[in-house]
Design a protein around this ligand. Structure first.
Ligand code: ZN
Length: 436
């Protein structure tokens, strides 16, 4: 698969993955079409070597794997991990508010978005709805308006003369999106609009009432190439859907070696502590099912490896002073290995060596990043998973600008360079070994 085609497919995935639920469903469908079999956690699993499987937890986390064709007693696991969620505005349980002829929604801030970028955007609403049908069965359906339905207008500069100097955002007061202005007696309620959208998407669904929802506002503008020579990608949710997509495409190759696995977790942006997050037990219980013998499992994990995939901060040309002068990752120069002495990233000199070996074999020279000493460092699911499983881990991601903006930027070469490296990681006849 060449870069242009890869980016086209990436754009399709980004555009259809308005929420973590849609991202997991999209990748699950891809696995299904490639012959992977869906496993459900409520069932007893019987798996065969040489076959692919996937499992979705709580709609928003997805785990895909393929067992080795000829598993030895201690065939290692080659794992990648990423996250399906991005910072967003989540709709409150009782969202409606009205005044001055407008209908507005109450929203909570999910994760750490750059809130200024959410104003004056054409926002859609998407997520998960739980209904009860006429037979008293509770059902879950994904919902997506797939068009702009709400917006958060800025206050005009004439009414806020200091807007460019000292504009603070009051999260309770300033962020309520407009969703309607009833001009006749037909006042729409949010619940009715959701019901109408459900009927549109699921004409055969009979439901008595909506019992709950997990709905988010999202940017409806499609991803695009940008720059005089299309050097850049501009899109929403690049952090971290690019990594989910890269991991999935690499796992869908047909010449994998050993046991290969991809974990895409929800709730990373809010700390990963949930049943669907990386602090939950999704990966551990999966490995315990597949490798029930504890001593054997520990032997295998000791020889296994995890690449934790999450975007990195490329150096911003207007703010070079925000980077350590020796560590200046550039867009279009490929994936970045992320280090932190306090293990906010799981990389060590030892785990970086394996990654560099694999990347070098496909002609990709990794860039390296470390946060400036006077700035707080972010984190990823890498340290969490390394801690839980005791598995060698490296933290790697494509360089990006404007992380957590509603529109983020990366190089148009970078996703494919990461794919080539992860593809090599999954297909190399053997993982590089360490002589202790
Ligand atoms: Zn991230």
């Amino acid at each position: 698969m060449q870069q242009e085609q890869f980016n086209k497919q990436l754009f399709d995935f980004l555009h259809h993955s308005s929420t973590p639920f849609h991202a997991a469903e999209y990748l699950g469908d891809q696995f299904h079409q490639a012959g992977f079999q869906r496993l459900r956690e409520r069932a007893i699993w019987t798996t065969e070597s040489g076959k692919g499987y996937y499992c979705i937890r709580d709609n928003g986390s997805l785990l895909g794997f393929r067992m080795a064709a000829k598993p030895g007693d201690c065939t290692p696991w080659r794992m990648t991990g990423a996250h399906t969620d991005s910072p967003a505005l989540q709709i409150k349980p009782l969202p409606e508010r009205s005044g001055n002829s407008y209908m507005q929604l109450g929203v909570e801030v999910y994760g750490g978005p750059l809130l200024s970028t959410w104003f004056d955007r054409d926002l859609g609403i998407g997520g998960r709805v739980t209904i009860i049908d006429e037979n008293d069965t509770i059902k879950i359906r994904l919902l997506d308006f797939q068009r702009p339905v709400v917006t958060i207008p800025s206050l005009a500069i004439h009414l806020d003369r200091n807007a460019n100097e000292e504009h603070k955002i009051d999260k309770q007061k300033d962020l309520s999106p407009l969703f309607s202005q009833p001009l006749d007696n037909d006042v729409p309620s949010f619940a009715i609009l959701i019901q109408q959208q459900l009927k549109k998407q699921y004409p055969d669904l009979s439901f008595r009432t909506i019992l709950g929802f997990d709905l988010f506002c999202y940017d409806t503008q499609p991803p695009t190439l940008l720059g005089m020579k299309n050097e850049f990608i501009s899109a929403s949710r690049l952090d971290n859907l690019v990594s989910c997509f890269v991991g999935a495409q690499a796992l869908l190759q047909d010449n994998l070696s050993d046991n290969c696995l991809l974990l895409c977790s929800n709730h990373e942006e809010i700390g990963s502590s949930s049943m669907a997050g990386a602090h939950g037990n999704f990966l551990r219980t999966t490995l315990e099912r597949l490798l029930p013998d504890t001593p054997c499992r520990q032997t295998i994990l000791d020889r296994s490896f995890l690449i934790s995939l999450d975007n990195a901060h490329g150096v911003h040309p207007n703010f070079v002073e925000k980077h350590d002068p020796q560590h200046l990752p550039l867009l279009n120069h490929g994936p970045v290995i992320k280090y932190n002495a306090n293990q906010r990233y799981a990389t060590t000199g030892r785990s970086a060596a394996l990654y560099k070996t694999v990347a070098g074999e496909v002609g990709v020279t990794p860039q390296e990043f470390v946060m400036k000493n006077d700035m707080a460092c972010g984190s990823t699911i890498g340290p969490i998973t390394a801690t839980d499983l005791g598995v060698q881990t490296v933290d790697v991601g494509i360089p990006s600008l404007a992380m957590h903006s509603i529109r983020e930027i990366t190089g148009s070469k970078d996703p494919y360079l990461l794919f080539k490296t992860v593809a090599r990681f999954y297909t190399r006849p053997q993982l590089p070994s360490y002589e202790e």
